[in-house]
Design a protein around this ligand. Structure first.
Ligand code: F6P
Length: 373
């Protein structure tokens, strides 16, 4: 993990990759400030690595200087001042050929060459599983890299949580709070679709905090009959409405996930539509009025909660401390209540799903929540 023989750091770069998450700007602010405090210069790469790989797209520069002044007052803002992309993996970069076909090309050597040429000593890479897998590869190829765990989905291993997750859960919970009254007034089934491609953390946490009656997550193949039984039970008790939270990646026991668009070079498949599908079927099979609300990208917007903001600020400064200590190939992580370092190797390509023995899952079961199983 460490290499103390390397030259001292004078200049670092930061980039944000993958889907945005509340707290990215707080990480940028913290990294730049902590670097400036050590007399280091900081630059920001635009849109993942695209600022280096496609400089022609950026009239004001694909790599920009980041001074204290430029990151003042941004910690509470959603999004990322650097921009981001989930289509710019330098190891599998989509390159359009003369005949119109798109070919996956490894352009990582261009990143390393750029760092060498510009005298940039290290990279702070802020991202989810995809970005941290790229960070790990760049580290293997000789770049000094520290990763920072980001994603609203909370599906990264070796960290108690990622920043962005708490904001997404808080917002989804507030939406559920609001939906209770309208669902009850109209005696409806209300289906709320949330993000969560392969892991159901948002659905599980928001569903339980927000008092959902059924929660469907990718980790538990569901049987809609169980949800219908739950609706009938509630009706029989005079509770004439039901709130169902479904993660976009949930799938029926005998069926498949709802895919909006298949994976393409440099981009994972796009999911969505499961909420609509379930609401339709529940409506038809129970005879009740059913509606769907898709929270989608609303979950990625807004100001980070104080928890996420603090986590992001702690992660950004810890990344700089790690570089100062001579570390590379690591990710800063939350080992509650402390921040520690874990090897990127242990994180790359590993997804943290909701474990079957999760006490949060058990909490839901003890509260009478139906998980479709
Ligand atoms: O940030 C991760 C994630 O929120 C997934 O849950 C979701 O499937 C995906 O992003 C959507 O990404 P896009 O913005 O490319 O549609």
């Amino acid at each position: 993990m460490s290499n103390p023989t390397r030259r001292p750091i004078r200049r670092i770069a930061i980039c944000t990759g993958g889907g945005d998450a509340p707290g990215l700007n707080a990480v940028i602010r913290a990294t730049v400030s902590a670097a400036a405090n050590r007399g280091w210069e900081c630059v920001g790469i635009r849109d993942g690595f695209n600022g280096i790989l496609q400089p022609e797209r950026y009239p004001k520069g694909g790599v920009v200087h980041l001074t204290r002044d430029q990151v003042r007052g941004i910690a509470h803002l959603g999004g990322t001042i650097l921009g981001t992309t989930n289509k710019g993996d330098p190891l599998h970069f989509p390159v359009k050929m003369a005949d119109g076909t798109v070919v996956e090309t490894d352009r990582s050597h261009e990143i390393l060459a750029y760092f060498e040429r510009e005298g940039i000593d290290a990279l702070v890479s802020v991202g989810g599983d995809g970005s941290l897998t790229i960070a790990n590869e760049l580290h293997r190829k000789g770049l000094r890299v520290v990763g920072v765990p980001k994603t609203i989905d909370n599906d990264l291993d070796k960290t108690f949580t990622t920043f962005g997750f708490d904001t997404a859960v808080s917002f989804a919970t507030e939406c559920l709070d609001r939906l209770h009254s309208t669902a009850e007034s109209h005696q409806r089934v209300m289906v709320v679709e949330v993000m969560g491609r392969y892991a159901g953390w948002i659905a599980l946490h928001a569903g339980i905090a927000g008092g959902a009656h059924a929660i469907l997550i990718p980790e538990i193949a569901y049987d809609l009959d169980k949800v219908i039984t739950k609706i009938h039970e509630r009706d029989a008790e005079g509770r004439m409405y039901t709130l169902v939270v479904v993660a976009e990646g949930a799938q029926p026991r005998h069926g498949h996930r709802e895919v909006l668009a298949p994976a393409e070079i440099g981009h994972a498949e796009r999911l969505g539509g499961i909420g609509e599908h379930i609401a339709k079927e529940l409506g038809e099979r129970t005879g009740k009025d059913a509606r769907v609300v898709v929270l989608g990208h609303l979950l990625r917007g807004g100001s980070p909660t104080s928890f996420d903001r603090l986590a992001a600020l702690r992660f950004g400064t810890a990344a700089v401390r790690a570089l100062e200590e001579g570390l590379s190939g690591i990710m800063v992580a939350l080992a509650f209540p402390n921040v520690n370092y874990v090897s990127l190797e242990e994180v790359a390509g590993r997804m943290k799903a909701v474990p079957p023995d999760s006490d949060t899952l058990q909490t839901g079961r003890d509260l009478g929540v139906c998980f479709g199983d």
